[in-house]
Structure formats: structure tokens, C-alpha cells
Design a protein around this ligand. Structure first.
Ligand code: SF4
Length: 363
């Protein structure tokens, strides 16, 4: 640990006492979420895994309808494993970060076939499964199997930075944060899952990035940042580089029957395997936009509209182009014609936006 640790003398006995206070708070105020243990029953590992994958980079509120839809369509991990990949991707459309959905389906197959539908309980074994990394394996081990694992998501990171007044900057200081977090989790076998979920709840409702409600926080008595009145300045994060802004075109191509041309994206790269509207290459201002070869002879009308979308690593503006009454196109197998009427829910958000614009004038 760095210099921060010298000023943060707090004993393990005190840590144990604060953990107890957090659990008392949780028993009274914890959120009732459908994947959590209810009425004394252990949480279902399939439910915990599903919600943990869905909640990565996504709010609980946004996840809820997807979680419900997945469980009603595929009530068990065997059902999900046997589902058609297109159906899984379509059910995920709109939730973003589509690599998660591909790995979700792969993981379901491994658990169904190699583990007879039962998730392994140890963090190490969980980490071997597709799409399950350090955080998710710890969360599933603790929440679904009550294993002592150090769970550290963004909320817990923020609480730790404040409780111990850690002034080292993220993301480089992640290992330091993990050491501090482990002081709460290491060797704790009684209720590690509840404790992790309690911290998640405190992070989302009390120890918020701005205007934290310290007066009702069960950690108040030991919180070093509060004592120094620096809680709003923590955690310190290294400034990210400005995100590039890319541009491209998106195409609405109708045939004589009013069907529209859709494209299945390649199996690798951004939005891999997702159904999309055809699009050009994307690049920063001044790049030479290239459309797919098979669309080069089409006459497009400018639509005088564009849509913006924000990805994790760049912003995107797509200009809309439209062409009707096309039939004799030489298309590869990744293009297909389809009535647009039932396609909106199958598209990721970046394509749903232009789709909605085009549909306004679709007859
Ligand atoms: S006392 Fe305030 S800053 Fe400290 S952990 Fe609680 S809410 Fe966060």
C-alpha cells in the first residue's frame, strides 16, 4: 500500500464492527431485487449470474425488463443454452455491450453441458467460464454461494476510497483499492453475499458520487474522508483522453415489395453478430467513407437527417440515406430482405435510432 495507508489506521476489530453495522442497515433498508435471496431462501445462481452480467455498465432500472424477459423466456440455464443464438441476441437488443450477450450464451452452454446446469461455487472455477471475470466471479461466489470473495464494483470502490481516504488515482490504483476492500471481505464467511449487496445499495443510495448522505450512513463513525471533509473529491480518477468523434452513413434500402435490406454484422468486432441496417465504414472527420461493395451501384437520396450515438470509446454521427425499388442487387449471405414491421426490437440502439426516423415515412 502507498502513503495513503499510513494515515488510515483502522483495526480489523473495528472493520468487523462496521461490517456488522452495514448488515444491520441492510436488513432494514436493503433493496428488494428479484435475483436476491428472499424469505431466508438462498439466491438462485442462474438468476445471480444473469443479473450480474446484465448489470455490468448498466443500471438496475434499465436491466429489470430484460432480466424479467430472459427468465420468462428461458427459466433455466438449460433453456438458455438450447436457445437459438439469434433469439438471445434479439432479446438483448437495446441493452448494449453485445459481447456480453454472446458470452452469456456461450457460458450457458458450458454450464448446461459440462456442469449439468449447476454453476460451480468457487471463484476460481467461475472465472474459467466465458464472460466471467474477476468482479463477476467474486459477486456470484459471494452472493449465490456465500463464499468469502472480495467483491469490488464501482459503488464499492467509491465507498472504500472514502472510508479509508485513499488518494491514489484510479484506474492505476485498482490493486491498492482491492487490498483495502479485502480487509472487509478476507476470511469473512458468515454473510459475504449480503455484505457485498449491502455495500452496493449504500453506494447507489447513500455514498453517491455527489451529495452523499453521510448522516444516515452506517459507516459514518469510521469514515476517514468524512472526517477530513474530502468525501466529494474521492475517488480520484486519472482524466480520460477525449473521445474521438466518428462519422458514417446508414442506409435504408427498400425493394419493390416494400421489404427492407438488413445486414448481419461480422462475428468479430463491434456489435458482432447483431442484426443491423447496412452502414458504411466509420471514421473521424475527413476519412473516406466506404459503403459495402454490393451497395455501390444504388442511387441514394440524401435524407437530410442524422443520428448521434455514444459508444464507450467514441461518439458516432450517422447520416441517413434512402433508396427505394431495388431488386437486382448482388448481395452476400449476410444481407437479407425483411418486412421492417417486426424488426425494431431486434436492432441494437445505434441502429434503432435511424430505423425509427426511416419508419416515419415508410408506407
Ligand atoms: S460517511 Fe459519507 S463518505 Fe463515508 S462512506 Fe458513508 S456516505 Fe460515504
Amino acid at each position: 500500500m502507498t502513503s495513503s495507508s499510513k494515515t488510515n489506521k483502522i483495526t480489523q476489530k473495528e472493520i468487523g464492527e462496521y461490517r456488522g453495522q452495514v448488515l444491520v442497515w441492510y436488513d432494514k433498508h436493503g433493496r428488494q431485487l428479484p435475483w436476491r435471496n428472499q424469505n431466508g431462501e438462498a439466491a438462485n445462481p442462474y438468476h445471480v449470474w444473469l443479473c450480474e452480467i446484465m448489470c455490468q455498465q448498466t443500471t438496475v432500472q434499465a436491466v429489470m425488463p430484460y432480466y424479467t424477459k430472459f427468465l420468462s423466456t428461458w427459466p433455466t440455464v438449460h433453456d438458455l443454452a438450447n436457445a437459438d443464438n439469434d433469439d438471445v441476441m434479439a432479446a438483448w437488443a437495446g441493452l448494449g455491450y453485445y459481447a456480453r450477450a454472446r458470452n452469456l450464451h456461450k457460458c450457458a452452454k458450458v454450464v448446461s453441458q459440462d456442469f449439468n446446469g449447476k454453476f460451480p461455487p468457487s471463484q476460481d472455477a467461475l472465472k474459467e467460464l466465458p464472460g466471467i471475470g474477476d468482479y463477476t466471479s467474486a459477486a456470484i461466489a459471494a452472493i449465490a454461494f456465500n463464499q468469502p470473495a472480495t467483491v469490488m464494483d464501482g459503488n464499492i470502490e467509491r465507498i472504500m476510497s472514502r472510508f479509508f481516504a485513499i488518494k491514489d488515482a484510479l484506474p492505476k490504483a485498482k490493486p491498492i483499492f482491492k487490498d483495502y476492500t479485502a480487509r472487509f471481505f478476507d476470511g469473512y464467511t458468515e454473510r459475504p453475499g449480503d455484505f457485498a449487496q449491502a455495500l452496493m445499495d449504500i453506494g447507489s443510495s447513500i455514498c453517491t458520487p455527489k451529495n452523499s448522505k453521510c448522516m444516515i450512513c452506517p459507516l459514518l463513525g469510521g469514515c476517514k474522508a468524512y472526517q477530513q471533509n474530502i468525501q466529494e473529491t474521492l475517488p480520484i480518477k486519472t482524466k480520460k483522453k477525449p473521445r474521438p468523434h466518428k462519422f458514417g452513413e446508414v442506409y435504408w434500402i427498400e425493394n419493390e415489395h416494400g421489404d427492407v435490406l438488413f445486414h448481419r454484422r461480422p462475428e468479430n468486432g463491434l456489435l458482432a453478430g447483431m442484426i443491423a441496417l447496412p452502414t458504411s465504414s466509420w471514421g473521424i472527420k475527413g476519412h473516406n467513407t466506404q459503403m459495402p461493395k454490393s451497395l455501390e451501384n444504388i442511387d441514394f437520396q440524401d435524407y437530410n437527417e442524422s443520428v448521434d450515438h455514444v459508444f464507450t470509446h467514441f461518439d458516432l454521427t450517422l447520416s441517413l440515406k434512402k433508396s427505394i425499388k431495388n431488386n437486382a442487387l448482388f448481395l452476400d449471405e449476410n444481407f437479407f430482405w425483411k418486412s421492417p414491421n417486426d424488426m425494431a426490437d431486434k436492432l441494437p440502439t445505434v441502429f434503432k435510432k435511424p430505423f425509427v426516423q426511416f419508419m416515419i415515412n415508410y408506407k
